[in-house]
Design a protein around this ligand. Structure first.
Ligand code: PEP
Ligand code: MG
Length: 755
């Protein structure tokens, strides 16, 4: 019963047209379902910090948008300050009570206020009041708390959407959306919204360039769908019951010009393009059906959605070639993927914003390799409405700014200019070795995946490849590449870097890397069928890959093979057997070449504890700190909600890194690291001090790391390491590292949050 009511309210609020409408629904529905006399919402004004009386049922409507309370003032301020409910039998006798003239609270004695909290921020306060002096009971309080927790996200979203719409008309209403840092850097550019396939919910709102043409396109699409449905109905012919036949008639009626058609056309004539008009009308109808009490009718929402999607596909087919990318494109999408990045010419791609995903999602890693500032997990961004708008993205701090005031825009332009200057400075280091002032030489390698990475990496002074992610070419295709196709791709990489070493990792799919042609559906993909687990279960895939690598290596000899996600010795032994077998067979087939060095990634806590046993069986170890951090801290690297728990410099992570280095030293096996941590100028100092032989990172980070290591004598790095290893929390370690960089003239490598 309670659950039903909650579900209904949240659904209705979700379907509201804008913030005002949403708040109206909340106050009305809460008052009715709790049978109280008053329900009001106060929202925090981000500029003044005051709580503004935004909606009410039962108090004076004329003061809506006018009355307000300072933080800490009155009972509303008290709820906000304490971040917990306040439940009173007699409000006016409470010391915090403040009389707001004209609001009309006098007749109401009992008061229950709960905070509305989103991402740890108090957005406002939800209040119910009653004339009868009584305490609201426990279940009422629990109801309001539950509702408020669910509505917080919806309200936050509606607030940002509101400032987007206001901004179109007035250029005012600055909004800042918080996401997660994806790739460092700042970008100011124009939004292009990415829509994957036909999806009514992701169609951006856009002005029609030629209304008559849009109406024609819509009518053509409608006609096509009608014909398709007629064909289906005819084909099924006798197999349909009369009821099913009736359903087809209903479909055709919905599509009729006089019904849905007329609504969409009216909207196009009002200035919206055909895709936008169609999706807006369809979504309204779908919501209408979804709200029906009768389950049969509720399910019809699916049919309406299907119809709309069909019409949309036809429209999108006809519209296909129209995407032209502006000079400084900011790609914005629900879930950006590696292949969408490839569609924009690199010189036009200024930045990326993904609503889903987090800082160590693979698309973020690719963006870092390409040097494209990126914000991930911007969950409150109403991205479908942003087409052609100017946006500032702050990839250092994971923030997106909409309608920024001129001073803020100027500040970001200044950072852009400073960054460009730093890059020019660093360029002069390209030919220089990475050597500490006390003469300690460290090879800096790169992580690659895209073909274009090779040129960029060499330009940045890479001395080898520590991680070639072979899954990237797999992700960009529609089927498994054949052995020969793979050989050619691998040959390209090996040749581009020859004679420098290239470490190729065997296919690492699963987790957040799904191949469209080999879907893996699991509840816990990061703990599931991933990396070596998949390829050992499919030796045909593993063997084809190893054979392709060995063939590509013929006459070059710079290949190294690396195995991902090893969590026990048996997996390693099995993989080694397959590698030996391929090598033997190829020799019999006349392919020349020694067996290349083989190494293991240490990216699962079990591998940390077994580092010596693993090291004894291979030629090198390489720590995958991205996964190791996620597994050690039990924090999904892909989930924005827990992004602030993903501490790359958590003491547990540092301890594990140091232990693996020590194990490899005892076994006299070289140790490298190829996670993103290696690309952090401060962390690199610590890794060197721990004894890491090779640091492998994205090409963009390489010049910064080189600069940092050339600045700090190894002896000093060791002292710093000893200091931070004695610390108990990531915050202190980060702060100490920042101080250290500052003291060595490297404040440019620290980015403190901006406005
Ligand atoms: C890692 O986990 O640190 C790593 C380098 O592999 P990936 O990021 O591709 O999972
Ligand atoms: Mg990994």
């Amino acid at each position: 019963m309670m659950l039903e009511i909650l579900r209904h309210i949240v659904q209705e609020v979700n379907a509201a047209q804008g913030l005002g409408d949403a708040l109206q629904i909340i106050v009305r529905r809460v008052r009715d379902s709790m049978e109280t006399e008053v329900c009001s919402v106060y929202l925090r004004d981000p500029i003044s910090g005051r709580y503004i009386f935004q909606a009410t049922q039962g108090l004076n409507q004329e003061l809506v948008g006018v009355a307000s309370l300072a933080p800490g003032d009155g009972l509303v301020g008290l709820v906000a300050e304490r971040e917990e409910p306040v439940n009173l039998e007699n409000a006016e006798s409470h010391p915090s009570f403040q009389f707001v003239s004209g609001i009309g609270e006098e007749p109401f004695h009992s008061f229950l206020g709960v905070p509305i909290i989103h991402q740890r921020q108090v957005l406002g306060v939800l209040v119910v009041q009653q004339a009868q002096a009584r305490r609201f009971d426990e279940s009422e309080e629990a109801f309001l708390v539950t509702l408020s927790a669910q509505l917080a996200g919806v309200i936050a979203h509606a607030q940002v959407t509101g400032s987007v719409d206001i901004g179109i008309e007035t250029g005012a209403a600055a909004a800042k959306i918080t996401g997660v840092a994806g790739a460092p850097g700042v970008a100011i550019g124009t939004v292009v919204v990415v829509t994957p396939g036909a999806d009514l919910y992701t169609v951006p709102s856009r002005q029609a360039a030629d209304r008559r043409k849009e109406v024609r396109a819509f009518r053509d699409a409608l006609q096509n769908v009608r014909e398709d449905i007629q064909v289906v109905a005819d084909n099924l012919g006798g197999e349909l019951s009369s009821e099913d036949h009736a359903l087809f008639d209903v479909y055709l009626n919905i599509l009729d010009d006089s019904a849905l058609g007329a609504e969409v056309v009216a909207r196009i004539k009002g200035g919206e393009w055909a895709q936008g008009a169609l999706s807006q009308v369809m979504i309204e109808h779908i919501r209408h059906f979804e709200r029906m009490e009768h389950s049969y009718l509720r399910e019809r929402a699916v049919d309406v959605k299907d119809l709309g999607t069909r019409v949309l596909s036809y429209l999108q087919e006809a519209d296909q070639e129209v995407i032209s990318y502006p000079e400084r494109t900011i790609l914005v999408g629900e879930e950006l993927t590696a292949s969408t990045l490839g569609e924009v010419p690199r010189e036009k791609l200024a930045g990326l914003v993904s609503v889903r995903g987090s800082g160590n999602s693979h698309v973020a890693i690719l963006a870092r390799a390409m040097g494209v500032p990126t914000v991930m997990g911007a969950v409150d961004l109403p991205y479908t409405r942003l087409q052609d708008r100017e946006l500032i993205i702050d990839g250092y701090n994971g923030k997106v700014h909409l309608n920024p005031p001129p001073e803020l825009r100027a500040r970001f332009q200044q950072i852009l200019d400073e960054d460009a200057e730093l890059s020019r400075d660093l360029e002069s280091l390209r030919g220089e070795p990475c050597e500490t002032p006390d003469g300690y030489r460290v090879p800096l390698w790169v992580n690659t995946g895209l073909t274009a990475d090779a040129t960029r990496s060499l330009e940045h002074g890479a001395e080898g490849v520590g991680l070639y992610r072979t899954e990237v070419p797999f992700l960009l295709r529609e089927r498994f590449p054949s052995e020969e196709e793979q050989r050619q791709i691998y040959r390209g990489q090996l040749e581009a870097f020859s004679p420098k070493p290239v470490t190729m990792r065997t296919l690492d799919i699963g987790g957040d890397k799904a191949l469209s042609y080999f879907p893996i559906e699991e509840d816990n993909p990061f703990l599931g069928w991933r990396g070596i687990r998949v390829t050992l279960d499919h030796p045909e895939i593993f063997l084809a890959q190893i054979r392709a690598m060995l063939k590509a290596n013929e006459g070059l000899g710079n290949l190294r093979i690396m195995l991902p996600m090893i969590s026990n010795v048996a997996e390693l032994n099995e993989a080694m057997d397959l590698i030996y077998r391929s090598h033997r067979e190829l020799q019999q087939e006349g392919v020349q070449g020694e067996l290349p060095p083989v190494g293991v990634m240490v990216e699962v806590p079990a591998a940390v504890y077994q580092a010596r046993a693993l090291a004894r069986r291979v030629d090198f170890l390489s720590v995958g700190s991205n996964d190791l951090t996620q597994y050690l801290l039990a924090v999904d690297r892909n989930n924005a909600r827990v992004a602030d728990l993903y501490h790359s410099l958590h003491p547990a992570v540092l301890r594990a890194l140091a232990d693996v280095a020590e194990a490899s030293r005892q076994e006299r096996v070289p140790i490298g690291i190829c996670g993103e941590l290696a690309g952090d100028p401060g962390a690199a100092i610590l890794l060197l001090a721990m004894g890491y032989d090779v640091l492998s990172m994205n090409a963009t980070s390489l010049p910064r790391v080189k600069k940092s290591l050339r600045n700090v004598p190894l002896g000093e790095g060791r002292a710093l390491l000893a200091e931070v290893m004695a610390m108990d929390d990531a915050e202190s370690i980060n702060a100490r590292l920042d101080d250290f960089l500052r003291a060595h003239g490297m404040e440019k490598f620290i980015h403190t949050p901006l406005a």
